[in-house]
Design a protein around this ligand. Structure first.
Ligand SMILES: [Zn+2]
Length: 220
């Protein structure tokens, strides 16, 4: 029986970064549903071929198929030995219910569902901090928090004006956060009722500090 973890967090909260640190530290296998889909297609399994057909026809891969792929993956030796961090699954309550059945059948244990909470204004600042060079031949990318240009609004490399992509605007960020909140609220309720939910907060501290806080919440 291995420990299975799920991290839930809004865009901009650094879920990917702490997830990577978590897998490095605990040896848990990082399992993303996107990777499983690609692996099954590359291996040419029956499921993989089915998915290929669906994607080629412009369709959406159903919950059942994703669940079946996750179940296959969780039976593999590396996860039996080290457990895993599931990325991208479950996203909905029906998927969470499917996962519950999968864990029973594969004899794994839901160790914790980590909910990463963060201040909305901080997330908006992060999600809107990217600036692109308007000179297509240059293509430099800046970040006004993490990697600001020497002169505001001007590319260090070529001197052209910087601009903000439409998906990096405050409006777009608000929309992404809104979609996240609506999508995950039922999932949070589900895992709270299951007694699996562990809350941690992401702040403007370094990733190391945020990671230590997360491990603390997990009592690990
Ligand atoms: Zn430039």
């Amino acid at each position: 029986m291995a420990d299975i973890y799920v991290f839930i967090g809004p865009p901009g909260a650094g879920k990917g970064t702490v997830g990577e640190m978590f897998c490095e530290k605990t040896k848990a296998v990082h399992v993303s549903t996107g990777d499983i889909l690609r692996q099954e297609m590359a291996a040419g399994t029956d499921l993989g071929n089915k998915v290929k057909g669906i994607i080629a026809a412009g369709g959406l891969v159903s919950d059942d198929i994703v669940a079946e792929m996750v179940e296959n993956r969780l039976k593999k030796d590396d996860i039996v030995a080290n457990g895993c961090l599931l990325d991208g699954f479950p996203r909905t309550v029906p998927q969470a219910e499917a996962l519950k059945g999968i864990l029973q059948r594969t004899n794994h244990r839901m160790a914790a569902v980590v909910l990463i909470e963060a201040d909305n204004e901080m997330l908006i600042t992060r999600l809107t901090s990217r600036r692109m060079c308007s000179n297509k031949a240059c293509g430099a990318i800046f970040n006004i928090i993490a990697m600001p240009p020497k002169k505001e609004g001007i590319c260090d490399r070529c001197g052209a004006k910087l601009y903000q992509r439409t998906d990096d605007t405050r409006e777009a960020a608000l929309n992404r956060l809104d979609v996240y909140a609506k999508q995950t609220a039922p999932l949070i309720d589900f895992y709270e009722a299951e007694g699996n939910l562990v809350r941690t907060t992401s702040t403007n501290d370094t990733p190391e500090v945020n990671f230590a806080r997360l491990m603390d919440a997990l009592k690990k």
